[in-house]
Ligand binder design. Structure first.
Ligand SMILES: [Zn+2]
Ligand SMILES: [Zn+2]
Length: 361
């Protein structure tokens, strides 16, 4: 039996989002229906609404979610009804050339539910990142459900489903931050602040937060930055060098998606340092670096897909750390809102007023 629920949809490019009735089919083979408890508002939802990702309107928004599995398809053994899960947007296939090489976090053939959710008139919806979770229920591939400790607060741990995981993973997985490292994080929104939390968790001793907005630098400090640099009134590269004994940081994390910021992060590294790119660029952006500097400075330049996370490995581990009080995910939840408040939450996000607004059902 199909379900009809209220969900937040972007019907046309750039227009305000609407709360409409959505038809959620029963789960087929390999699928699960999840009753959503909380879902964070992410920049990617805004990019979908504004046509920055594709033109496949209407989009069913929301993808940083936690909830309880309600029904599973006939062959599903990974999760069962009643399981508390965090949704991920990279259900690994286990069979592609990367999975077969033992590197499933790079999986080249991640998948989503095969059936489509629709509007009441049958129009198929494009689910944001293959999820669509600003609704009471959603249909996903069973592999997109990662079972975690049910004692965790849904509004905090749902954020691991996207931005917070991307930032934590940029530091802990892609950047391989270790004990005693110096780390500089460029851009202190949700992803950048999570990179700061990840660097702290991994044992970095110097964590430099860089942003143009004093409010974001305050959040960064609360989350674990040891130093802050306001890029609107300081030479960023010189400031990072000054704070790292004149050398530059071991790991620089670009969490904006901007060529100028990437160039700063490139030069703010120590020799043989690592540059991690986790901010998502737009198609027209270009980088232009002297090749002699690329070669001569050594080290690594690494893009970070979803923090190079493996949800089945990383979500339960991070939630254990959260429950032990070592990872303060609650700090990322600036406000709890209702389903009908997503459009207004986009405005607050654009104005930089929130780390995360989270819809709570
Ligand atoms: Zn694969
Ligand atoms: Zn996201």
């Amino acid at each position: 039996m199909v379900s009809q629920v209220q969900g937040v949809v972007a019907l046309a490019k750039g227009e305000p989002v609407s709360l409409v009735t959505i038809v959620v089919p029963d789960p087929g083979p390999g699928e699960a229906v999840v009753r959503i408890q909380a879902c964070g508002v992410c920049h990617t939802d805004l990019h979908y609404r504004d046509g920055g990702i594709s033109d496949d309107f209407p989009f069913f928004l929301g993808h940083e979610a936690a909830g309880v599995v309600e029904k599973v398809g006939p062959d599903v053994t990974l999760v069962q009804p009643g399981d508390f899960v965090v949704l991920n947007w990279r259900a690994v296939c286990g069979e592609c050339r990367s999975c077969r090489r033992g590197r499933p976090w790079y999986c080249f053939a991640t998948h989503n539910a095969s059936q489509k959710m629709t509007l009441i008139d049958g129009t198929p919806l494009s689910a944001a990142l293959g999820i669509g979770a600003f609704a009471e229920k959603t249909l996903v591939a069973a592999g997109q459900c990662t079972k975690v400790d049910p004692r965790a607060r849904p509004e905090a741990v749902g954020l691991l489903g996207c931005g917070v995981m991307a930032g934590l993973g940029a530091a802990m997985r892609t950047g391989e931050v270790g004990v005693g490292d110096s780390v500089a994080v460029f851009g202190c929104g949700g992803v950048g602040c999570a990179a700061i939390a990840g660097a702290r968790l991994a044992g970095a001793t110097t964590i430099i937060a860089i942003d143009l907005d004093p409010r974001k630098l305050d959040w960064a400090r609360e989350i674990g930055a040891t130093d802050v640099v306001n890029a609107s009134n300081e030479d960023v590269v010189a400031a990072v060098r000054r704070l790292t004994g004149g050398h530059g940081a071991d790991v620089c994390i670009e969490a904006v998606g901007n060529p100028k910021v990437m160039e700063q992060a490139f030069y703010a590294r120590d020799l043989a340092g690592t540059l991690v790119q986790v901010g998502v660029p737009t198609p027209e952006m270009r980088i232009d670096l002297p090749m002699i500097d690329f070669f001569g400075r050594g080290g690594q330049l690494k893009p970070s897909w979803y923090g190079d996370c493996l949800p089945s490995r990383d979500f339960p581990m991070l939630i254990d750390l959260y429950l032990q009080g070592r990872l303060e995910l609650d700090r990322f939840v600036t406000e709890r809102i209702d389903l009908g408040d997503v459009q207004e939450a986009f405005h607050r996000m654009e104005r930089g007023e929130v780390l995360r607004s989270v819809v709570v059902m």
